[in-house]
Design a protein around this ligand. Structure first.
Ligand code: 5GP
Length: 187
């Protein structure tokens, strides 16, 4: 059996990474999505245990204290983290794993699993288009949008250091591009 791999996809909010992650899982049913822990409020349509494990701040801090996270970050007044037990189980079962994490989380995962990780930064065609996409999504109020916009320069800068940068000017092209690199990586 081929060695399972860690496929890490990061982009600023509104960059299109969720659609790319979904498409990859459809094309590779044996891949597993890494369900992160978060203290963010659940959005309509989200399912606990499928999109995230939605935790209280106290519960999240206990995970940190027990060293149960591969990595974690605090931004947008929210904790986000990757669960060790999820990653270990997938790898043990021989499944490659897909991660939807922020740019810093992507760097931490690469650092911990340098040989088995491939990172993708999904870049927007422009900052203006990215802001428009995020507004159109209508998941955030103005204050939350502002926090997401504030982080973008750091995200765009950090993304340049990733293994692969894929510009999402056309979603289908971006999916095909990521998928063709993934196929080579998992061989
Ligand atoms: P959202 O609140 O829109 O679901 O996610 C906000 C950001 O948190 C996104 O960039 C998402 O990729 C990132 N994120 C989700 N889970 C994790 C995680 O486990 N670790 C890190 N570092 N970032 C995460």
């Amino acid at each position: 059996m081929a060695q399972p791999k860690l496929i890490v996809i990061a982009s600023p909010s509104g960059g299109g990474k969720t659609s790319i992650v979904r498409a990859l899982i459809e094309r590779h049913p044996d891949f597993e999505f890494s369900v992160s822990a978060t203290t963010r409020q659940m959005r309509p349509g989200e399912v606990n245990g499928k999109d995230y494990f939605f935790l209280t701040e106290q519960e999240f801090k206990e995970l940190i204290a027990r060293d149960e996270l591969v990595e974690h970050e605090f931004f947008y007044k929210t904790y986000y983290g990757t669960l060790k037990r999820e990653v270990d189980r997938a790898l043990r079962e021989g499944h490659s794993m897909i991660f939807d994490v922020d740019v810093k989380g992507a760097q931490s995962i690469k650092k911990k699993y340098p040989n088995d990780t491939v990172q993708f930064f999904i870049a927007p065609p422009s900052k203006e288009i990215l802001e428009q996409r995020l507004r159109n999504r209508k998941t955030e109020d103005e204050e939350k949008l502002r926090r997401r916009f504030e982080r973008m320069p750091m995200e765009l800068e950090t993304g340049k250091t990733f293994d692969h940068v894929v510009v999402n000017d056309d979603l289908q092209h971006a999916i095909d591009r990521v998928d063709s690199i993934v196929k080579k990586f998992i061989q």
